[in-house]
Design a protein around this ligand. Sequence first.
Ligand SMILES: Cc1ncc(COP(=O)(O)O)c(C=O)c1O
Length: 390
Amino acid sequence: MQYAKRLDLIPPYLFGEIARMKAKAIEEGRDLIDLGIGDPDQPTPQIIIDKLAEAAKDPVTHRYDETECGWPMFLESVGRWYKKRFGVDICPKTEAVLLIGSKEGLVHFAWAMVDPGDVVLVPDPAYTAYKMATLLAGGEPVVMPLLEENGFLPDLTAIPSDVAHKAKVMYLNYPNNPTGAIATVDFFRDVVAFAKEYDIAVCHDCAYSEVFYEDYRPPSFLKAEGAKDVGIEMHSLSKTYNMTGWRIGMAVGNSELIRALNKLKSNVDSRQFPAIDIAAAHALEHVDNAETLALYRKRRDILVEGLNKLGWEVKKPLASLYVWAKIPSGYTSAEFVKTLLQDAGVLAIPGNGYGQYGEGYIRMSLTVSGDKDGERVHEAVQRIAKHIKF
Ligand SMILES: Cc1ncc(COP(=O)(O)O)c(C=O)c1O
């Protein structure tokens, strides 16, 4: 059987060997502390589950969602939430579309926008979906390096003007996976000016906007003046409310881009179970998930302060689920992750899995299964102290 050639564009799975080593360690009965995957380990708040159960009893939710852009009650909640949280006006009828998780929207956006040969500006290191979606749509991803000296923001002035002229789409993501970096509205203003100059559609992935610490609150890209002229923003309920398995998110912003995305989507999916939309609307209006954030913060402090005491200079992220750490010299990212796993029984993700500019770093996630109050993270630090020399 011959599958489509576009599948050959997808590089081999970089985490494959790590996954095999993890499976082997578990098979051998080793006690592994998993700082790998960024999947909230806490349950979805009960109030959201109760709302789902209630909505599931209503036969109106048992049928296809045949509305224009998604269950109106959800989109109206999105509009109110945007105003309250970011001070941004969103018209629920024309500037918002329901997604089956933000990954779905991010990938379909490339399909809605990119013709074969079109240039797409993608950050590196980054969540892999931007680049893969570009390749699958026949586009040409051009990397914007996210360097530590620039606060892991792309240097827009370093993008050659002939590349910028060819670019059709730019993906961005703040709070950032994997670096934990944040962006200011000033930076977003620069992005808007750049996008206007070169006629580029901006897709800002804001999946981690509600995972923040202390008094910091990540801004919306749409807060920058003129952002709605050039772009859209994707959100997810996955990380905000421990709902990764539920599959719900939204895209908001420029009405023409929203319409294009919705046109594509309406031909490839029929949305999710509407009871999920009703429960999600309730979450946006009534739930803050502060308890989970307090737990992540505790884990972050134990991890970063513990590693700093060992002489490993690692910064505390102000948002996101990730601690992005420069590895000690003498290792590649993959070698260091292997050493951590084999010697210390601690699993992290090698930075090169997120792109070439991730080499030299590892990502440690604050979503630690089996950790009730930071004790597993504490144990991870103890093990690293015992096995790794800095
Ligand atoms: C940066 C980023 N964007 C989007 C997603 C996708 O989230 P979901 O599809 O669950 O909304 C993830 C998931 O890990 C992510 O890290």
